[in-house]
Design a protein around this ligand. Sequence first.
Ligand SMILES: *Cc1c(COP(=O)(O)O)cnc(C)c1O
Length: 225
Amino acid sequence: MPAHALSAADLLAETRAAIAHAAGLAGRAPETIELLAISKTRTADEIAPLIAAGHRSFGENRVQEAQSKWPALREATPDLRLHLVGQLQSNKADAAVALFDAIHSVDRPSLVEALAKAMERSGRRPACFLQVNIGEEPQKGGCAITDLPALIDFAQAAGLPLTGLMCVPPADTEAAPYFALTAKLARRHGLAGLSMGMSADYETAVMIGATHVRIGTALFGARTL
Ligand SMILES: *Cc1c(COP(=O)(O)O)cnc(C)c1O
């Protein structure tokens, strides 16, 4: 690490301060916002300093990668909380339910069914966010805005522990309108959780009501993979 580089603890403190500032502007208590350190592509050695600095909530985007890294880290620090923020194939529902405390990428009825069965089999009930394809981008995961009411009904009927909505706004455009729309949809359906905001826009997301911000680059540096 070059001498001028900020440590993981410094970056964590800076990010927490920025979240607290944005929360204060919006009249929100900073404790109502959970910072998820998105550790995809990072090694256990890169993750360890954040754990040592007291951080406990992490996010991964691939089940297999998480399975290879987290059991050992968890053994050393049992109170870690792990969130899945990437797309999930139905055939990995059992593995996801076994490993994660929350799943942010529930976006279709077949996955709702697979998760409900996996929860029944295992007795574990990770919190579920429905991902909305808020920019209606064909290449992105998430359910279409028009399909959301039916998916919410379906997930509730299946008994999923439904926590809120998650979105990833289109890249290279102003994120705020997409955050505002996601917040409006969550309010309309009585869902309290809002998983939105990444390194480039988390302060905006906090001002618009995010309850979970997903931050990788600002904590770990740029990804090379
Ligand atoms: C990688 C990722 C993030 C974190 O992105 P950064 O720009 O590195 O903060 C957040 N959410 C999802 C779904 C991701 O895949």
